[in-house]
Write a protein that binds this ligand. Structure first.
Ligand code: PEP
Length: 252
C-alpha cells in the first residue's frame, strides 16, 4: 500500500507580491543540491499562484491555495472556486484555517463543504483543526479536536485526498509551541478519530497529520520527530527561503 511522504507546506497568508518570487528562486536554488525525504508546498495568496507556477516550472515544489468557496462558480464576489486553483496548477487547498474560522466566522459545516469542493476539483484538502488557549486550559483539547474532525471532514476522505493540520490556535504566530508530549497526545488522538472518517485504521494510519504553529528552523527537527507528526504547516517562517529551507532540512 502506498505511503505518502511527510509534507512541509508554507502558508504565506496575506503576504507577498511579485517581488517575493525571488524567495522562491532562492528556495529552489537551495533545494537543487539536496533530496529531503518530504514533499514541499507553498500556498501563496491567490494573486501569486499563477506567477509562482511559472517560476516553479517543473521543480519539486507543489502549489496550493489558502481557501476556496464550496460552489464551482457564481455570484460570490471576492471568492475563488477550488476548480480555479486546480486550473492554475494547484495541487491542494487549505480549508478551515483558524484565521478564517475567526475572521470569517467559518463553522465546521462550512469547512466540510469547502473540503468537499476541494475533492470535487481533484485537490488535496488540507483541513485545519486546533484548540484555543481557553479550551486547552479547560482540559477540552481532545474533545474539541473530536468535534472538529466529526464536523469538518466530508464523506469520501482518504489518505490521498485529505491532510489534517493540527494547529493549536494559541501557537499560531505567537512563538509558543506545545510540548512534544502535548503534540504526541493530540496527533495520536486525531489518528484514532480519523479511522471512523476514512474507512478504518489502516487508511487512517496513512493520512498525513501536519503540526502547525510557530514551527521554526530551531524547533522543526524536534517537532517533526514526534510520533504521528507527518510534516508541518508553516506560516511566518515560510516567507523567507533561509527559514523555510531550515525547516525542510529536518528531513535531510
Ligand atoms: C499558520 O498560520 O498556519 C501557522 C502555522 O503560522 P505560524 O507558523 O506563523 O505560527
Amino acid at each position: 500500500m502506498h505511503t505518502f511522504p511527510p509534507l512541509v507546506a508554507g502558508n504565506w497568508k496575506m503576504n507577498g507580491t511579485l517581488a517575493s518570487l525571488a524567495e522562491v528562486d532562492a528556495l529552489m536554488e537551495k533545494l537543487s543540491g539536496v533530496d529531503p525525504a518530504c514533499d514541499v508546498m507553498i500556498c501563496p495568496p491567490f494573486t501569486l499562484i499563477h506567477p509562482m507556477a511559472r517560476t516553479l516550472g517543473d521543480s519539486r515544489i507543489a502549489l496550493g491555495g489558502q481557501d476556496c468557496h464550496w460552489e464551482v462558480s457564481g455570484a460570490h464576489t471576492g471568492d475563488i472556486a477550488a476548480e480555479m486553483i486546480a486550473d492554475l496548477g494547484g495541487a491542494a487547498v487549505i480549508v478551515g484555517h483558524s484565521e478564517r474560522r475567526t475572521d470569517h466566522g467559518e463553522t465546521d459545516e462550512i469547512v466540510r463543504k469547502k473540503a468537499a469542493a476541494a475533492h470535487r476539483a481533484g485537490l488535496v484538502a488540507i483541513i485545519c483543526i486546533g484548540e484555543t488557549i481557553d479550551e486547552r486550559k479547560a482540559g477540552r483539547t481532545l474533545e474539541v479536536l473530536s468535534t472538529q474532525i466529526a464536523g469538518s471532514l466530508p464523506e469520501g476522505c482518504d489518505a490521498a485526498n485529505t491532510i489534517i493540520a493540527y494547529e493549536p490556535v494559541w501557537a499560531i504566530g505567537t512563538g509558543l509551541t506545545p510540548t512534544t508530549d502535548e503534540v504526541a497526545e493530540a496527533h495520536a488522538h486525531i489518528r484514532k478519530e480519523l479511522a471512523a472518517k476514512v474507512g478504518g485504521e489502516d487508511e487512517a494510519s496513512r493520512v498525513r497529520i501536519l503540526y502547525g504553529g510557530s514551527v521554526k528552523p530551531n524547533n522543526a527537527k524536534e517537532l517533526m520527530g514526534v510520533e504521528n507528526v507527518n510534516g508541518a504547516l508553516v506560516g511566518g517562517a515560510s516567507l523567507k527561503a533561509d527559514d523555510f529551507f531550515g525547516i525542510i532540512s529536518a528531513y535531510l
